[in-house]
Design a binder for this molecule. Sequence first.
Ligand code: FEO
Length: 162
Amino acid sequence: MLKKSIEDALNKQLNAELYSSYLYLSMAAHCETIPMKGFAKWLRIQADEERAHGMKFFDYIIEAGGTVKLTKIDAPKTEWKSVGEVFDQVYEHEKKVTAMIHGLMDLAIKEKDYATINFLGWFVKEQVEEEANASEIQAQIKMMGDIVGHLFWLDHELGKRE
Ligand code: FEO
């Protein structure tokens, strides 16, 4: 059985993962209209991944004997100045998510909830990859200095994501 404090924190993270999905889907929609179809495809797949992250929390809460409480998902912004700004914000957002996961881990340790500590281990590792991917794309965009031809090459590369 989950303690109330852990159940509440897990539900909050479930909401945060669904918000991440919503945010990246909004970024994907923006990139579709620029149009930067490769960036859009990468972000659309990322949005699917974030929903899958949310579902891991959904399943774990139920399996651990808790109650899933879905709450309102904030509306993400819809406009960005450039793909550079989009990926600056992806990276910043992932750093925020990492801090949230670490906060959850701190709570699970404080409460001596060993099952939740074990469950969260996957997310601690996943966030290393999430930050690395976002910062790599951010750096590539910066290196290309918003030269349109080069950005189209990067757009093509990101469009290969499966
Ligand atoms: Fe679910 Fe990108 O962190």
